[in-house]
Write a protein that binds this ligand. Structure first.
Ligand code: ZN
Length: 472
């Protein structure tokens, strides 16, 4: 299929993409920036391909964690979520994330949706007394066998024994159906290792799960169960329904999520939708965690890398670069200031930054007019990996092209050629500029500002200011 034909086909479709909505009990860390950057690269790519894109992000505010964090901080829960939701939105904006809507789960429109789904799934919901091991950090019940030395495997804290009368969801009714849905990729899970993880969890046997808690745990914070003011919806039940707020675009084409919330998205979410008679999302893209020196980044461990600080000092595109190029999209990856600076200097100050100044300096000196860059050939080895969530491979390809051009310039020495044969030197420089434009166009979804600056410089035939000044 040619590029042109593909573009025409893509023009017809919509593309609905979401991030998960983070808890707002603490400030965002670099892991949140990772998911924002990944989803944004996809949203921008499909927008450029002519799709009708809807990109949704937001915040998860009905959690008991928020209630507890507010209590500790001596403020009201509402104050805490208002303040922190703004910080997440601010991060998305500072990172140049092109979201179309930002939903907060304390908004009336969300509460309405959550109640609607509850009522639509009513046939699969029943009330019973329950006693279980509950981790507040995870907001979920664990089986004894899932604990490590009696502790939550994620938070390394002892779960509380919680006994109460709750609403349950008949997950057990969906064992076969859900297995088929995932096995057949009707709802595709990428990468395969996460698909297999979901399948093995399902094969262990699905048990009905609690979808509400007593209102008094949390002083009434949370969304009321329709018709039962003594109960609040289990935060995950309510939070997942945020994806339905852009109803016009449902089903989602891609849900972006971290591996830690796979079970909610691969098991609970599809059955909730089935019970409510709604279509399933098409794809789940599951990314790994950012680690610091091999350890999970978390507030409680005190090793959080502050994304605001990195953006402030290096710029949004440099942070996007690191998250998309230097971080594996599927596995855990390390981020430290040292690694960040090293990659910045090697590939942005030197690699891309150098190439732009080299090529544009020659263009400005040798060419009388800007080069026509209206048509450039597509790079399949950038686009294909991007469509498969392999952001790092896509960017690797672009940096290989840069290396190639750099090598060509060194070999052909247009700065010497120009003295003997100006026409030939001009031809070569025009070629480099065209190639640079091609790279800049493909860079758009990943580093939109940088791409824009390069294309502007080419159109004006003027060397731009240093894109990425070297950091000592
Ligand atoms: Zn936990």
């Amino acid at each position: 299929m040619t590029w042109r034909r593909k573009n025409m086909l893509q023009k017809k479709g919509k593309f609905y993409i979401t991030t998960t909505i983070p808890y707002v009990n603490a400030r965002p860390h670099a892991g949140h920036a990772l998911e924002y950057a990944q989803a944004d690269a996809l949203a921008r790519y499909y927008r450029l391909a002519g799709k009708d894109v809807f990109f949704l992000t937001g915040t998860d505010e009905n959690s008991l964690k928020n209630y507890q964090a507010a209590k500790e901080g001596g403020i009201s829960t509402k104050n805490l979520v208002d303040r922190n939701a703004e910080i997440f939105k601010d991060l998305a904006e500072k990172l140049n994330i092109s979201f179309d809507d930002f939903i907060r789960t304390t908004e009336a429109r969300h509460i309405e949706t959550a109640k609607k789904i509850w009522l639509a799934a009513k046939d699969k919901i029943y009330k019973k007394k329950y006693r279980g091991l509950y981790c507040v950090g995870c907001e979920m019940f664990y089986k004894e066998s899932e604990l490590v030395d009696g502790l939550c495997p994620d938070h390394k804290i002892k779960p509380e024994i919680v006994e109460e009368e709750n609403y349950f969801f008949k997950l057990s009714d969906y064992q076969c159906q859900l297995e088929k849905i995932i096995e057949s990729d009707e709802m595709e899970i990428v990468p395969a290792v996460r698909k297999n993880e979901a399948l093995s969890f399902i094969k262990l046997g699905l048990e009905d799960f609690s979808i509400s808690r007593l209102a008094e745990r949390g002083d009434g914070w949370g969304i009321e169960v329709p018709g039962d003011p003594g109960q609040r919806m289990y935060v995950w039940f309510d939070a997942l329904t945020n994806y339905l707020s852009a109803e016009k675009y449902w089903p989602a084409d891609v849900h972006c999520l971290g591996k830690g919330v796979l079970r909610f998205h691969a098991v609970y979410w599809p059955v909730m939708l089935l019970a409510a008679g709604l279509a399933l999302p098409k794809k789940l893209f599951v990314h790994g965690y950012l680690t610091v020196g091999g350890q999970k980044m978390s507030k409680s461990l005190g090793n959080v890398v502050d994304p605001f600080d990195l953006i402030e000092r290096y710029g949004a595109d440099a942070v996007r670069y690191y998250l998309l190029r230097e971080v594996s999209p599927f596995e855990d990856a390390d981020i430290t200031e040292e690694k960040f600076k090293e990659a910045y200097n090697a590939n942005l100050a030197n690699g891309l930054g150098n190439l732009v100044s080299r090529v544009m300096k020659m263009s400005e000196q040798y060419l009388d007019n800007p080069v026509d860059i209206s048509s450039t050939k597509p790079m399949d080895d950038v686009n294909k990996p991007l469509e498969n969530f392999e952001f790092n491979r896509a960017m690797f390809s672009m940096w290989s092209y840069m290396k190639d051009i750099d090598g060509m310039i060194q070999e052909e020495k247009p700065f010497e050629l120009v003295k003997r044969d100006k026409k030939s030197a001009q031809k070569r420089v025009m070629y480099y500029v065209k190639e640079l434009a091609r790279i800049a166009k493909h860079l758009r979804p990943f580093m939109p500002d940088t791409s824009e600056k390069i294309l502007e410089a080419i159109k004006a035939n003027k060397m731009p200011e240093s894109l990425f000044p070297r950091k000592e």
